[in-house]
Ligand binder design. Structure first.
Ligand SMILES: C[S@@+](CC[C@H](N)C(=O)[O-])C[C@H]1O[C@@H](n2cnc3c(N)ncnc32)[C@H](O)[C@@H]1O
Length: 219
């Protein structure tokens, strides 16, 4: 079997970014506001090109029912919100009132406030309260890595056939290759990746994009 891949240098990465849909003014403002307000934590924010991917995926599945686990200051929710079909809604879960107060302001600015609902509190509990039926078109997982398995267990049965799960940070800066992981997040992601790949309910593609993104389509 042939193996075809390239190492993405910084220059090549800039080229990739320059040849996709550029971010809008709102996304640039949100990135700057997040940097100013959260400092080092701003590194948790998805990149503008990742936001463009999320909007595209949301449009591709014609999402009317979407869920996000891990909202932070709102970049990914803006991206999903923009891609929703007519009448669509996004339910967001996060534990931080402080971070999500920034997201709320940007939802207002984007004219998306009536399409996005924030549920504050541990996402495991929030997800358990969602309707127990396969109705979700799109789900994005980007919160505490130790709970990815639990989020998956809650979400996969609620995805409709053809629905898309998008999971962030699945390469964890390459630490998923550690044979003896030194921290709980790495160990959890290694277990999660094996679990997702072996799940017969979904087709899975892992993209070496950003910090690693798993796309899983419900069969
Ligand atoms: C990586 S950030 C999300 C980044 C966001 N998707 C974006 O595009 O900017 C992770 C978020 O998960 C939230 N979080 C951490 N543990 C959580 C939990 N148990 N339940 C819900 N949210 C949680 C954090 O407050 C943080 O805002």
């Amino acid at each position: 079997m042939s193996r075809s891949f390239i190492t993405v240098t910084e220059e090549l990465h800039d080229y990739v970014v320059a040849h996709g849909t550029p971010p809008g003014e709102l996304e640039l403002d949100l990135a700057a506001e997040t940097q100013r307000a959260t400092g080092r934590a701003a590194g948790m924010q998805i990149e503008p090109e990742y936001a463009a991917l999320l909007t595209m995926l949301t449009r591709l599945v014609h999402a009317r029912h979407a869920v996000e686990v891990g909202t932070f200051t709102g970049m990914s929710s803006l991206a999903i919100g923009r891609g929703l079909a007519e009448g669509g809604r996004l339910v967001c879960f996060d534990i931080s009132d402080e971070y999500t107060s920034i997201a709320r302001r940007f939802w207002q600015r984007a004219g998306l406030a009536d399409k996005i609902e924030l549920r504050l509190g541990p996402a495991v509990e929030g997800l358990a309260a969602l309707p127990d039926e396969p109705y979700l078109d799109l789900a994005f997982i980007d919160a505490d890595k130790e709970s990815y398995g639990a989020y998956w267990d809650a979400l996969v049965p609620r995805m409709r056939s053809g629905g898309m799960l998008v999971v962030d940070n699945v390469l964890w800066s390459g630490r998923v290759l550690d044979e003896h992981p030194k921290d709980a997040s790495t160990a959890s992601l290694i277990d999660f990746n094996a679990k997702a790949a072996a799940d017969p309910r979904v087709d899975v593609v892992m993209l070496p994009f950003s910090d690693g993104v798993t796309l899983a389509r419900k069969r």
